[in-house]
Design a protein around this ligand. Structure first.
Ligand SMILES: Nc1ccn([C@@H]2O[C@H](COP(=O)(O)O)[C@@H](O)[C@H]2O)c(=O)n1
Ligand code: CDI
Length: 176
């Protein structure tokens, strides 16, 4: 994998930053199951949780996906396979910390990540800054967090689950 645009007969251009994209969807668990909701590396008391092999944190997962995409390291599933017991119940914080570590281990630094939650509940605006801070702490880089709804349309409007979309910017770290 190269990050330069070397053309024959020309001087190599500086190593370029790279962008990535990620997304994740999880269905809500049965409201009677008592599954807690973990979202954006935070707990949301009194809200219905998301089902999944891990804690189902779609916001953290989308950030991981975007980071792996930017660094050319595959995606969430290829890095944190559901066949691996160590990821069962894993928190979004643990997965995002590990994703950021793998990106850095691959020779990149993280510029920033932007993630948007799409869904009607929970209402997150009152905790948006707290969420951004928790995500940023896990990534060790700036993560911006926003939210929107689908105006009642589709599976998200029917509150069957939640979607998160993310982009990431990474840049190669020069060696020596
Ligand atoms: N789960 C959500 C979704 C949205 N918000 C806030 O509501 C604002 C309006 O949402 P739209 O669907 O009209 O984009 C949005 O800007 C968010 O601040 C929220 O708190 N929780
Ligand atoms: C996160 C992993 C691993 O626990 O499982 P899930 O919690 O089901 O989440 P998903 O978005 O399906 O990504 C696959 C796996 O990497």
């Amino acid at each position: 994998m190269t990050s330069t645009c070397d053309r024959p007969g020309t001087a190599p251009v500086p190593l370029l930053p790279r962008t990535g994209i990620g997304s994740d969807v999880h269905a809500f668990a049965d409201p009677g199951s008592g599954t807690p909701l973990h979202l954006a590396c935070l707990e949301w008391p009194g809200e219905t949780g998301l089902s999944g092999h891990s804690d189902g944190d779609v916001v953290a997962h989308a950030c991981c996906d975007a980071l792996f995409s930017a660094a050319g390291l595959g995606d969430l599933g290829s890095n944190f396979g559901t066949a691996e017991p160590r990821w069962r119940g894993a928190s979004g914080t643990v997965l995002l910390e590990e994703a950021a570590r793998r990106v850095r281990e691959a020779g990149f630094e993280i510029g920033n990540v932007a993630v948007q939650l799409v869904g009607a509940r929970p209402r997150v605006s009152a905790r948006a800054q707290e969420a951004a801070a928790a995500l940023s702490a896990a990534a060790g880089a700036e993560v911006s967090f926003s939210a929107t709804t689908t105006d009642g349309l589709g599976f998200l409007g029917r509150q069957e689950g939640l979607l998160a979309l993310a982009t990431a910017l990474v840049y190669p770290v020069g060696r020596g």
